[in-house]
Design a protein around this ligand. Structure first.
Ligand code: HEM
Length: 554
């Protein structure tokens, strides 16, 4: 295969020159013919900024995937056992980082019968974006596909591929990624942030203890995303919550956890009806039943004209009113948006709070910015335009704790990346986590330094070196929603509390990076403005709270 592909990829000199010129003019259009790929290869060889780019001499003989370095692994199972070793469980991102340290910015690896390629270099990511075509293929978990098959369920924007995905995506992204539209949800999000902060105070005041901070964060995220999509107040942060809300949150966590566990040999798990498979099915069933209930209630309200006249239309109403999606499509999109918005935003907020608590100078600087710009009032979307440090805090926190540390694409055709022919159907893993800790792009990467993102730092950042929301036309469709939730809630937290922490959060990967159950973090929340009114979140043994919250719950 490789020889044939290489032959096809080598154009005549004249054709190459002409195509190269076109290519330079058109570098972001999708061109998929092999001859053009070859020209890209030449263009990349000439323009490649990477330190070990293929030399001009090697260009005429592109290398194949077999030439890539990588761990040799064991017969049949390849490197799979490496990920199942006790010390490495839930640490796929760390294992990948170590492989990159050993084999460089691009390596191959056999996982069972499949050969994957891993990359951790912004130039190669950029090259991939240019070549991934109209339908970037992020592989859904096999377990998702199997579930949808047994339940005859359609795929939504997150789990579909090809033209089907494109249709769902186009209908949605024009609203969810439009800053002006997302800004309309400022009040909804601020209301939830208020309730969240009051809830923390209430829990503290009641018995001096916050029983389950992580659960409060997940409820905060669900309340936000339900407000934005369904215009629905679920009451997640009230004292008594409906069991279905708690069940849904638990189901989302279980679906991501077991999806990750079933990454290899999902069909075998299904055949033998193993525990992870049963949990996976149960989790999806719970997710769909919750979404169906909400969806049907909202549709009923819309049809009967019971929607508040002044309410800002949620994304569900946008999809119904302004797109050509049928009701089934609107429903699966709604479901997948809801479930995508819980563990992602809640973990991101948890890590940002933790980073601020651990870095008092950064927290003080943020407090100063918040006080100067918001002047003690609720933050508006206009205020957000003037809060670069707040944005830098979120960026830096996502660099250190990218909620989704490894992204993936399946090549839709033989594609040359960094001078290697990557065969069609190969899965390429993009290690955002590894890039985020690369000294070359982020000096002193272990330190939390929001100021590195400020224009005044004078640092030029490679635009593809940090991709917490993914990239290209398949990037996170909820990005702006998530960012705005984080900005507004962190502002409210900063206006309300001073956060302190000792100890460290440990993380585990369950599709999303999650704080580990037994992280020994000690964190105080103190009312930020009145020193006499001290909110100390105390745990059962009198230890400072967020600490104990994390110790108990994760
Ligand atoms: C800090 C929070 C979040 C992070 C870090 C995050 C990150 C990501 C990443 C890395 C992807 C994959 C993109 C790619 O393949 O290039 C993704 C996809 C997606 N995200 Fe998010 N996300 C967050 C919050 C949200 C929220 C709040 C929602 C919903 C409102 C959401 C909805 C989605 C959906 C539906 C997709 C699939 C998009 C597609 O395939 O077209 N995300 N997200």
């Amino acid at each position: 295969m490789a020889d044939k592909a290489i032959q096809k990829l080598i154009p005549s000199r004249a054709a190459a020159k002409k195509l190269f010129q076109n290519q330079k003019r058109n570098c972001f259009t999708d061109v998929s013919s092999n001859s053009v790929s070859a020209v890209r290869l030449i263009a990349n060889a000439v323009a490649d900024r990477t330190d070990n780019a293929p030399s001009a001499a090697s260009v005429s003989v592109p290398k194949t995937i077999d030439d890539l370095p990588g761990p040799s692994g064991y017969p049949v199972v390849g490197t799979a056992p490496e990920y199942f070793r006790k010390a490495n469980r839930g640490q796929m991102h760390e294992v990948q980082r170590r492989f990159h340290e050993k084999y460089g910015k691009m390596f191959k690896e056999k996982l069972g019968p499949v050969t994957n390629v891993s990359i951790a270099d912004p130039n190669i990511v950029e090259e991939l974006v240019r070549k991934e075509g109209v339908y970037p293929f992020r592989p859904p978990y096999d377990s998702w596909i199997l579930y949808k098959k047994i339940r005859n369920q359609k795929a939504g924007i997150m789990s579909s591929v090809g033209p089907e995905w494109h249709k769902l995506r186009q209908s949605l992204a024009k609203y969810t990624l439009r800053p002006k539209t997302v800004a309309e949800y400022t009040d909804v999000m601020n209301d939830v942030a208020d309730i969240f902060v009051n809830r923390l105070r209430f829990l503290r005041e009641k018995d001096g203890d916050v029983e389950n901070l992580h659960s409060e964060l997940q409820k905060w995220a669900l309340e936000c995303v339900a407000g934005v999509i369904l215009e629905e107040k679920l009451g997640c942060l009230e004292n008594e919550i409906e069991p279905r809300v708690a069940d849904f949150i638990k189901a989302v966590g279980n679906m991501f956890l077991t999806g990750h566990q079933l990454m290899v040999f999902a069909d075998v798990h299904k055949k033998f009806n193993t525990k992870p498979w049963r949990t996976h099915v149960e989790a999806w069933d719970t997710i769909y039943s919750f979404a169906t209930e909400l969806f049907e209630k909202k549709i009923d309200e819309i049809q009967n004209g019971h929607v508040e006249k002044d309410a800002v239309a949620g994304f569900l109403r946008h999809m119904i009113a302004h797109t050509k999606l049928d009701m089934d499509e609107v429903y699966v999109n709604t479901t997948e948006l809801l479930l995508s918005g819980v563990d992602t935003s809640s973990h991101a907020l948890c890590f940002a709070m933790y980073n601020l608590a651990k870095n008092p100078n950064a927290q003080a600087r943020l407090q100063h910015e918040v006080d100067t710009i918001c002047k003690g009032n609720t933050c508006t979307s206009a205020n957000l335009q003037n809060m670069p440090f707040l944005k830098a805090v979120v960026k830096e926190s996502l660099r250190m704790y990218p909620v989704i540390p490894i992204n993936a694409r399946v090549m839709q055709e033989d594609t040359v990346l960094n001078g290697y022919v990557i065969p069609k159907n190969t899965c390429v893993l993009l290690n955002g986590y590894t890039m985020g800790y690369n000294e070359k792009y982020f000096p002193d990467p272990e330190s939390f330094k929001p100021e590195r993102w400020l224009r005044s730092s004078g640092d030029e950042k490679h635009p593809f070196a940090m991709l917490p929301f993914g990239f290209g036309s398949r990037m996170c469709v909820g990005r702006r929603i998530a960012e705005q939730e984080l900005f507004l809630t962190l502002t409210k937290m900063t206006q309300s509390f001073w956060m302190e922490a000792t100890g460290d959060i440990e993380t585990t990967l369950r599709t999303v990076i999650t704080p580990k159950e037994r992280s020994s973090v000690h964190q105080n929340l103190t009312s930020s403005n009145t020193s006499s009114q001290r909110f100390q979140f105390l745990g059962p043994r009198g230890r400072a709270m967020i600490t104990c919250v994390l110790e108990r719950l994760f």
